[in-house]
Design a protein around this ligand. Structure first.
Ligand code: ADP
Ligand code: GLC
Length: 513
């Protein structure tokens, strides 16, 4: 795809999506899933989305150009891998030499920013191999933002975009550059800034300001200045035409200090320019009827086949078989996710006849507590510390219920995968969890609308009570199957939200005309 220009007379829009991770190339969490799924979701509504991502070594390798061989695009391409085409070069992007490659991965058009000084290094997208954030993250992602603003502004021959869509603080400088330092003589390009998690804001000292190559006027309360330093997410939220976040409830919650984390005033001041659009899931990637990771694929009409997946999962985790439900957790081990409270509730979970298989990584103190719990309950509580995509699929297929006790959750995806796989979600009533799971109260069960369990207040008492409720209903197999079936039949696809994003882009384009 060379020309991303809106054809005259056509209703097709072109959107540049900017993200620091995107499935299937690179993922550390839900942002990767969403950035990877959005292009297909909006394509169904006549929007051509191209995704700009950093050329980390894993991305360059997957696309066929070893990072060290970037001068010779395509030469390193292994058989079957997409070829990258060099489409632009910068001598100095905030001082950094950089190249821009275009590629198409499956049906997904990509632009890859190869700035070796920023992205060619070991470790993860944000942290070194020991898990410490890179000290120059501000510069790495300011470079991404500057590149995105140049591309959207027309710096790359034959590439034009109607809208720029930035995800999280790592891409937030893109709308900020478009607004505060646009290329000369370019028409206004409207922008969308999506908050996937308000807890990560990219807040740095004032000394970086002079290195961002912004005009002095951008150092202002309605610019990039934030509590005496530079706020990168804050800058994007000020500059974007519209702000979205990933569920309607979280869009309301971030108007308060508890969830807004210092940016609530800004959110409130942007009024109806803040929208909540719930995430969907990629139903090609997460389909229990055709999931290559599963021992026994199944559908809502063959739920009994799940038993084979459950046995395989028990064996994999070294869990004893039992009559009670097998709970699962797939999560970052952090305070946000309530994983400290999960540690406290393990004795209760086992006491009421449950078992637990957990996959996760994160905070060492939380991990240590969970390990102690597993040691107290051999054969009943088992952990897999690490990151394993295929195992996550097998767990959703073999677990009876997934626990998501988050203190805040902008959307959450694991409860949606649980719904799709008949693994009943037990969730705290916050953010996207509140919006996507219907609590199994009597009225909802009677109406066949219940899809899981909700509880308010992330503490021992409320989580323990929710677990007890789930165990109780699990022992009424007919009711349990109705809850599973209602979940599997619920709409967790991108259908409606893809249409809403497309509609939003169209509104912005007509407003800009
Ligand atoms: P967040 O992005 O806040 O971590 P989400 O629920 O939106 O939360 O997305 C998490 C994504 O990462 C899901 O796709 C989930 O399956 C995946 N995930 C989280 N931890 C692991 C892990 N240890 N191994 C494999 N996948 C994981
Ligand atoms: C963030 C949020 C999570 C959301 C994901 C994708 O990581 O913590 O709730 O599902 O982004 O939008």
């Amino acid at each position: 795809m060379m020309l991303a220009k809106t054809a005259a007379g056509s209703n097709r829009l072109s959107v540049l999506s900017v993200a620091s991770e995107a499935v299937p190339l690179i993922k550390t969490g839900g942002l990767g899933d969403v950035a990877g799924a959005l292009p297909a979701a909006v394509a169904a509504h006549d929007v051509a989305m191209t995704t700009l991502i950093p050329g980390y070594p894993a991305v360059m390798a997957a696309l066929g150009v070893p990072a060290t061989d970037a001068k010779r695009p395509g030469k390193g391409a292994a058989k079957g891998k997409p070829r990258m085409k060099l489409v632009h070069q910068w001598d100095a992007l905030l001082g950094e030499p950089a190249r821009l490659f275009a590629a198409t991965l499956g049906a997904m058009p990509l632009l890859v920013l190869d700035a070796p000084g920023c992205f060619t290094r070991g470790g993860g997208p944000y942290a070194d191999p020991l898990g410490r954030d890179w000290a120059d993250n501000w510069r790495r992602f300011a470079v991404l933002g500057r590149a995105a603003a140049d591309i959207a502004g027309g710096a790359v021959k034959d590439w034009r975009f109607d809208v720029l869509h930035a995800h999280d603080w790592q891409a937030a400088m893109a709308p900020a550059y478009l607004r505060f330092a646009p290329l000369a003589d370019v028409p206004h390009v409207p922008s969308v800034m999506t908050i996937h998690n308000m807890a990560f804001q990219g807040h740095y000292g004032r000394e970086i300001f002079s290195r961002l190559e912004l005009p002095r006027s951008a150092w202002a309360i309605d610019g990039v200045e934030y509590h005496g330093g530079v706020g990168m997410l804050k800058a994007g939220l000020e500059a974007a035409s519209v702000i979205t976040t990933v569920s309607p409830t979280y869009a309301m919650e971030i108007r308060s200090p508890e969830f807004g984390m210092g940016l609530e005033g800004l959110i409130v001041s942007r009024g109806d320019r803040v929208r909540g659009i719930v995430n969907g899931i990629d139903t090609a990637e997460w389909n229990p009827a055709a999931d290559p990771a599963l021992a026994a694929p199944f559908t809502v009409r063959s739920l009994s086949r799940r038993a084979a997946n459950k046995r395989a999962l028990e064996a994999e985790f070294g869990l004893e078989p039992g009559d009670g439900p097998l709970f699962i957790v797939i999560s970052r081990l952090t305070w946000q996710k309530g994983m400290d409270v999960l540690g406290e509730v393990l004795d209760h979970l086992v006491g009421v006849g449950g078992r637990l298989a957990l996959l996760g990584a994160g905070d060492p103190a939380i991990e240590a507590e969970l390990r102690k719990g597993a040691a107290r309950h051999p054969g009943r509580v088992a952990l897999h510390i690490g990151y394993d995509e295929a195992l996550a699929h097998r767990m959703q297929a073999g677990g009876d219920a997934i626990l998501v006790p988050s203190r805040f959750e902008p959307c959450g995806l694991t409860q949606l995968y649980g719904l799709a796989y008949g693994c009943v979600p037990v969730v705290s009533r916050t953010g996207g969890l509140a919006d996507t799971v219907v609590d199994a109260n009597l009225a909802a069960i009677t109406a066949d609308a219940a899809t899981g369990f909700q509880f308010s207040g992330v503490d021992y008492q409320h989580l323990a009570m929710a677990i007890t409720r789930a165990v109780g209903l699990y022992h009424q197999p007919q009711l349990w199957r109705r809850i599973q079936a209602a979940g599997m039949r619920s709409d967790f696809s991108w259908g409606r939200s893809g249409a809403t994003y497309a509609q939003l882009y169209r509104e912005l384009v007509s407003e800009a005309r």
